[in-house]
Design a protein around this ligand. Structure first.
Ligand SMILES: [Zn+2]
Ligand SMILES: [Zn+2]
Length: 196
């Protein structure tokens, strides 16, 4: 594992700016990995799975440190709107959830009252606050489904309605037909026709 300072330089580069979320994300991942006893996340990336609970700044810091990425299926986004992440050691069968504490914002304000705004206060405070003041660590159990794990696709079928290919068991069985989630009524988009 690199040092916090080294990670923050890399985080600023890949995230595009430095912000309290980068510090939280980087520290959250460093703590989670230490709790799991994983010293070198890049060497152990095959055994690591990370669930992030928010799609905001901190998530980029978590991804940077763990090396877990959406495109590798090692980063899972669960939309809870919480600054929290769960780190899973697939080999050891252990997992730990790390949650940013609500009261760390007020604490940052107390620590750096001279700084101009909350963002600057948090940025500086989050770099130096003790882990226990910043995070809550919970041992948890996570049982990922085989079809959610990294590696080759477990299955591939075509949707009976639109014909598009569907990987890893994401199809739905509806009245004897095999449908993609979109055709099964779970679509996030609506087709635009040419006369609109
Ligand atoms: Zn940011
Ligand atoms: Zn379909």
């Amino acid at each position: 594992m690199k040092s916090l300072e080294e990670y923050l330089v890399l985080a600023e580069q890949s995230h595009g700016h430095m912000c309290p979320g980068q510090v939280l994300g980087v520290r959250m991942a460093m703590l989670g990995l230490r709790e799991l006893g994983i010293e070198d996340p890049i060497r152990h990336r095959k055994r690591l799975l990370t669930y992030v609970e928010i799609d905001r700044c901190a998530t980029d810091g978590v991804s940077l440190v763990t090396g877990c990425r959406l495109g590798k299926r090692s980063l899972k986004f669960v939309d809870y709107g919480k600054v929290a992440a769960t780190f899973v050691d697939l080999e050891a069968g252990r997992a730990v959830r790390v949650l940013a504490r609500e009261d760390s914002r007020a604490k940052a304000k107390q620590m750096f009252p001279e700084l101009a705004n909350e963002s600057k206060q948090q940025l500086e405070a989050y770099k130096v606050m003790a882990d226990a003041d910043l995070f809550v660590v919970q041992p948890v159990r996570v049982a990922p489904r085989p079809e959610d794990l990294p590696g080759r696709s477990r299955s591939r079928v075509a949707c009976d309605a639109c014909g598009e290919g569907i990987n890893d068991g994401r199809e739905r069985a509806v009245n004897g037909r095999v449908l993609c989630r979109s055709c099964a009524g779970e679509s996030y988009y609506e087709r635009v026709t040419s006369d609109e």
